[in-house]
Design a protein around this ligand. Structure first.
Ligand SMILES: [Zn+2]
Length: 308
């Protein structure tokens, strides 16, 4: 990712708030529409000092920087709404530790770990219209078919851990250990909202080369991602833009803590007649730390399933 566009050190001009917002938007585009909160804060720090009253920001706390960023994004969203776009802040299900490990070390400030990403999304009401702004009709058919495969794969519970060395599995075990204060045995089961490229290449209306190219395009646009096992899943952008549709079509349930959909973290199987619930790793940690160790009669400590 190039950060040249943010190097304003040569210019002695004072930046207006509007110019500042434009830099941030440009930075989000450089990150292809998804930007880790700490990365965006780091960019804001570089340009804020060129603003009116920029000098006073040198003593700001992390919380002040976070609220300054949220304030700027809110203001800019008013303009973006005219074009049916918005920037929203979402939690990644993998949790703050794993999410922060995804970005490089930031040299200008020491930020606390964060699971939050700013995502540039289309706010049109229908999913068809959202997809149609970026993809052809043929591509949309493939995307819909793939989503069904990915969700169906995620709803299957596997005996054993799909990837013993997965950072999220280790993180969840660490959370359970630190909250209970004792060594806890690894859970027996796992699931994953991902499918192998081979399975996606079975899509009839396209040849293998076309499918491979389209998967690469979807990964580039941050709709899909590939995990370390080489399997393909939905990236944050697809989850955020298609959330309502995914919940309605596949009877998925929003995280009980923050009321948004996650396809990573912890799954708790419901008792009779109750749906399974999917929790962001950090929401899971918050709940077992501050609320309780059971949810609707099921133990959150012993009866979980890793969603990796
Ligand atoms: Zn949550």
């Amino acid at each position: 990712m190039s950060e040249d566009t943010l190097d304003v050190s040569d210019s002695l001009d004072i930046l207006s708030e509007e110019q500042l917002c434009r830099y941030l938007l440009q930075f989000i585009f450089e990150c292809r529409g998804i930007c880790h909160e700490n990365l965006l804060l780091s960019a804001l720090m570089k340009v804020q000092e060129r603003c009116v009253n920029g000098a006073e920001s040198s003593s700001w706390s992390v919380e002040q920087w976070q609220s300054r960023l949220a304030e700027l994004i809110n203001k800019w969203n008013v303009k973006l709404s005219l074009l049916d776009y918005k920037i929203i802040r979402v939690n990644h299900g993998i949790g703050k530790k794993c999410a922060s490990n995804m970005i490089r070390n930031l040299d200008n400030f020491s930020f606390p770990d964060s699971n939050r990403f700013y995502v540039y999304v289309n706010s049109k009401t229908s999913d068809e219209m959202k997809l149609a702004t970026r993809f052809s009709a043929r591509e949309i058919e493939f995307i819909k078919w793939s989503l069904e495969r990915i969700i169906s794969a995620g709803l299957k519970i596997h005996e054993g851990i799909l990837d013993d060395d997965d950072a999220l599995v280790k993180e969840i075990d660490l959370i359970r250990r630190s909250v209970t204060g004792s060594d806890v045995p690894r859970w027996d089961n796992s699931c994953s909202f991902t499918v192998g490229s081979m399975e996606l290449s079975q899509y009839g209306p396209m040849n293998a080369l076309e499918i491979e190219g389209l998967i690469e395009k979807l990964i580039h646009l941050k709709w899909f991602y590939k995990n370390r096992r080489g399997e393909v899943g939905m990236d944050l952008k697809a989850i955020v833009e298609l959330e309502d549709n995914l919940i309605e079509s596949f009877q998925l349930v929003r995280c009980p803590v923050c009321d948004t959909l996650t396809l990573h973290g912890v799954m708790i199987n419901g008792q009779e007649n109750q749906s399974a619930t999917y929790w962001h790793a950090d929401c899971y940690q918050h709940y077992i730390t501050h609320v309780g160790h059971d949810y609707l009669g099921t133990s959150l400590i012993t009866n979980g399933i890793y969603v990796i």
